[in-house]
Design a protein around this ligand. Structure first.
Ligand SMILES: Nc1ncnc2c1ncn2[C@@H]1O[C@H](COP(=O)(O)OP(=O)(O)O)[C@@H](O)[C@H]1O
Ligand SMILES: [Mg+2]
Length: 258
């Protein structure tokens, strides 16, 4: 570790926010010069532990960019992200990979399962990659909880979209991460299946205290959250507590008319 990046220990302790996931003045610019896009403009955020936070906003408002930065899948142009007290923007690749393995689960809109692996192999893949064995009792409980007990040897092509997303949820949670991020997890599912997946995500928060941050376009989906953030043009423009779908729709209307 070079001396240039050594910071006095008390300075680090003083500045590290206490929230489980925190962002300060987080910015991300894509590209340079004439074609540069400022996708995120100085976002400050403290994620609440053991709660479900929804992130809403129009297409292109920076939701995915924010999720990728919070999860350490991308690095900011400026600003900082802390996961469980560690500033992840200051970590090297190896340390970041380790931190992500331990602390972060991620669910994508298009499931991102490996087609040649069975459902169960997909679930345990993050552990296999890290050379770890699954905690058998937790794996059994998790597979039961997501409703895949009779699908564990099926491959993704033999599963419905909803079942594939259940595999992805179990994969995200197999290492019991500090926080789970979900970027439009129901964006590719019909409304009945979406409802089931949302119910499952909410159950993970209620049963296990699984801190979750979820991007969604759907007011019904946001209505199951403890908190709803609205992004517009790269900034957080509204921060609401528990709300029903009609409140969410009203807030979306108001923001679209600004
Ligand atoms: N890799 C990229 N290169 C260039 N521009 C990008 C890239 N990713 C996203 N953007 C741009 O950044 C802005 C925010 O994108 P994104 O975070 O994907 O928004 P959202 O998820 O809310 O739809 C958009 O203008 C988008 O076109
Ligand atoms: Mg997006």
């Amino acid at each position: 570790m070079s001396q240039a990046i050594a910071v006095p220990a008390e300075g680090v302790a003083e500045r590290a926010p206490s929230a489980v996931v925190a962002a300060r003045e987080l910015s991300r610019q894509y590209g340079e010069g004439d074609t540069a896009v400022l996708a995120l403009r100085g976002v400050d955020l403290d994620v609440q532990r053991e709660k479900l936070t929804a992130v809403m906003g129009p297409s292109g408002s920076g939701k995915s960019t924010l999720m990728h930065l919070l999860a350490g899948l991308d690095m900011p142009t400026a600003g900082d992200v802390w996961i469980d007290g560690t500033n992840i923007t200051k970590l090297g690749d190896t340390e970041l990979t380790k931190l992500r393995r331990k602390h972060i689960g991620f669910i994508f809109q298009f499931f991102n399962l490996l087609p040649m692996l069975t459902a169960e192999e997909n679930v345990t893949l993050p552990l296999s990659i890290a050379g770890q064995k699954p905690d058998k009792a937790w794996l059994e409980e998790l597979i039961g909880k997501v409703g895949l007990g009779d699908r564990r040897t099926h491959r993704p092509s033999e599963l419905s979209g909803g079942q594939q997303q259940r595999v992805a949820i179990a994969r995200a949670l197999v290492s019991r991460p500090t926080v789970m991020f979900a970027d439009e997890p129901t964006g590719n599912l019909d409304s009945t299946t979406s409802g089931e997946i949302l119910e499952l995500l909410r159950t993970m928060v209620e049963s296990y205290g699984q801190t979750t941050v979820m991007v969604t376009h759907d007011p019904q989906a946001a209505a199951i959250a403890h908190r709803i953030l609205f992004l517009s043009d790269g900034s957080v423009v509204r921060d609401m507590g528990p709300s029903d779908a009609s409140d969410v729709i009203a807030a979306m209307d108001e923001l679209s008319r600004r």
